[in-house]
Design a protein around this ligand. Sequence first.
Ligand SMILES: [Zn+2]
Length: 283
Amino acid sequence: MPKFKLLCDRLLQDGVITPAQIYQPGEPPPQWLELVHQPDYVRAYREGHLDAKAQRRIGLPWSPALVQRTSTAVGGTILTAKLALEYGLACNTAGGTHHAFPNYGAGFCIFNDLAIAARVLQHHGRVKRLLILDLDVHQGDGTAWIFRQDDSVFTFSMHCADNFPARKQISDLDVALPCGLEDGAYLRCLAQYLPDLLSQVKPDLVLYDAGVDPHRDDRLGKLSLTNTGLYNRDLLVLDSCIVAAYPVACVIGGGYSETMEDLVFRHSLLHRAASAVFQHRRL
Ligand SMILES: [Zn+2]
């Protein structure tokens, strides 16, 4: 998974960010992972003892490097959330592993960074209410299940109806979109939900999963957004949050493209939109 480093390199190269804007996370202690995940699962994964079936469900070959990478990505989302509380807006260059459940991983997701960040910040008394705004093309099923009986975290998922996971969970609000939806209809749909969502939930922090797999050329998505559509989606989300003074922490979510260069550019649209909003609103 070289895309995470390449994304950071590209953002620096294109002048979207300066080195001073980069923060490096550490690995979170297992106790933080265990605010969401079962200790047996955390230990088995970290030590490489998961059985073959559980490994296949995750879909990534186990290695010590993957353990370190996946833990660091969770640390990144926690750090992003803390920075968002401080500055109003912050973006991870990884994260969005929303298919992970407390006792198993699935769909390339091992630990649910969104759920862990929410629980860690609540546990430390930094926030009470959160909104998880998940616009990855796949339903945020793990996140929905984790918070299904928790009124302090509102889960919103807007995804393609006819896509993984086959068995959907129930978010606080699900918007299932038809295959092939294009920029205009997608953005109108989002604009219809976003204002009420923010004003009704009134979150202390928004966690935004900006998956780029709704792109028309994505190998696993089934929607038809363009790069411009994705950029305008991110602008709409970030500007709506910032104007209403809701801090927003972003993760990059999923993206599956033919070439690494296209994929890295698509993920960079989030940071480009964030930079534009940050400068425009003079945060
Ligand atoms: Zn996805």
